[in-house]
Design a protein around this ligand. Structure first.
Ligand SMILES: Nc1ncnc2c1ncn2[C@@H]1O[C@H](COP(=O)(O)OP(=O)(O)OP(=O)(O)O)[C@@H](O)[C@H]1O
Length: 240
């Protein structure tokens, strides 16, 4: 008689509640310490704000999270993304999941369309023109902007094109570094209302660096950086 033995291996299920865990992060430029022993986590779907005086390292931390820091900087500490060591993740994959929006973005190609289409091209996908027009309307730009020459765009228009370039493939985490600094307060308000809606609907975690109080107040949690070796009397410029 044939006996069949069934071996059932129980799979160990590892649940990672934090999207990001940073432990004892230190960032240095030669002898200058920019960030010293910083530890924090990022939870799914939250809005986190990184505050601190000018030069305290806010942008440096955001760039580090997207692994876009300058090669001139040395870093130490642990960086886990979804429980995996960030250094072991393909940098392109990491940046598709963690998307960094610059205050002064670099646009490429000739037109706005070139900038939006690029992400489709690298994925071998057809450009979704309807989605692009919809996103343009959410950032208060008409669909005619698709064929605008990028050299004719204002700073605020460039910021908005870069923003929708970053959101169109729904990253897990959106890092927003002073992204409305060149916008008037009405446009800024409209864009934030949309962004807030967008992030809730798409379950996108947002990390904000901003000098604008109203944007800082959107946060569920705030991380405040101290300026290392800063002069206590230094002025912190904050527009109302
Ligand atoms: N590649 C680099 N090489 C040398 N120093 C750097 C480099 N990148 C950043 N720093 C230094 O690190 C410090 C923090 O810069 P960072 O731009 O992160 O500050 P911040 O808090 O974002 O400032 P701000 O609010 O003015 O934008 C600054 O003193 C800056 O000169």
């Amino acid at each position: 008689m044939l006996t069949i033995r069934l071996y059932v291996f129980q799979r160990k299920v590892i649940t990672v509640s934090e999207l990001i865990q940073i432990n004892n992060l230190t960032i240095k430029a030669n002898t200058q310490t920019i960030i010293s022993n910083l530890s924090f986590d990022v939870q799914p779907n939250e809005i986190l704000t990184i505050n601190g005086p000018s030069g305290s390292g806010k942008s440096t931390v955001l760039k580090y999270l997207a692994q876009l820091q300058s090669p001139a900087l040395t870093t130490s500490g642990d960086y886990l993304f979804k429980g995996k060591n960030a250094e072991d993740i393909d940098p392109i994959e990491l940046r598709q999941n963690i998307s960094y929006c610059f205050q002064s973005p670099t646009l490429f190609g000739e037109t706005v369309r070139d900038n939006l289409r690029f992400s489709y091209d690298i994925r071998n996908m057809d450009f979704d023109e309807e989605l692009a027009k919809d996103l343009l309307s959410h950032v208060q730009l008409s669909e005619s902007y698709l064929d605008k020459d990028i050299t004719t765009l204002s700073g605020g228009e460039k910021q908005r094109v870069a923003l929708i370039r970053n959101v169109q493939f729904r990253p897990d985490i959106l890092l927003l570094d002073e992204i409305t600094s060149a916008l008037d307060s009405d446009t800024r308000k409209i864009i934030w209302e949309w962004l807030n809606q967008y992030r809730k609907e798409n379950k996108v975690t947002v990390i904000i660096v901003s000098h604008i109080k109203k944007e800082q107040q959107l946060a569920d949690r705030i991380i405040t950086l101290d300026k290392i070796g800063s002069d206590e009397s230094e002025e912190n410029h904050e527009p109302a």
